[in-house]
Design a protein around this ligand. Sequence first.
Ligand SMILES: [Zn+2]
Ligand SMILES: [Zn+2]
Length: 305
Amino acid sequence: MAGKFTILGDFKKHHNIFFSCPFVKDYLNGKISVERFLDNILRLQDDLRGENLTYEEIDSFRAEALGKRKHLSLEEWKAFWRAEGFKSGNNASAWYREKTILFFRMPQVKEEVTLAAIQGFNMLIKEIGLDLQIIDGGTDAWLVSAVKKFTEGEVLDVLGFHNHLTENSKTSTLLSNKPHGTVVAANLYSKRDRGWWGEGQFANGVSTILVKDSRQDNLPFIMNVAKHECTHLLGIEHHDENAMLCNAYSEVNDCLAFHRSSTLALCDKCRDAILNFWQGIEEKTGIKYFKKMFILSPKKMFEVH
Ligand SMILES: [Zn+2]
Ligand SMILES: [Zn+2]
């Protein structure tokens, strides 16, 4: 009896310790992403063990927290992404100010790779209706030396490279020193994970496509990877890893924003996120980023003549 009481008491105490961790509270309130939450559990596992929490308890508390996560309504979801865009919108130095994304490839990358990547990006930009133009920059000496600075053997420190590019975007010779988004195809692996085919983020406006050797022959998948990377460049994380969750949309078995990038189709939830994110940017900057769309009804088309 006494033993059982103690175990139950410990469980309550441990439950309390776990759910009063600041990162757990932040997660439940939607301030950090699922990815960050799971990452923090891994990093803090030793500390939690030090508080006498067992692995089983940590597992069960994690599952409980994942289930308790606040889900947004449809309107809250759109408002959340609008606010995110508004927060991120920056007129003066943003990479999208000139509405241009430049594509480059390292000398060891076939030209067809750039073409497939451009196709992937163009597809998503068109679907979202954004007024962003893409320019094929071929190879560029400044960029080649920048990639080399962050290359060790056959791996690239992608994050280091992206940050370097952001810090030096004003001094580079690209696009007459005007800000622009950058996509680079490199014959390398990612330092973080050799299995990855791409990395990129909105914050610094850079995306790298990792096409080591024979990967360059898989042009259809490169198109998928590029379109997937474009979702990151345009502001969202993976389908299930965004800061907020929403169950107002129907469940999907696959989405362009899934980590595996196995489909070209973007689900409604992710599309609404990107759309509203860019509407938020428009509101903040006062610059139009959406193309005007003219939808002519058949009747109107006859009236033209
Ligand atoms: Zn991704
Ligand atoms: Zn999705």
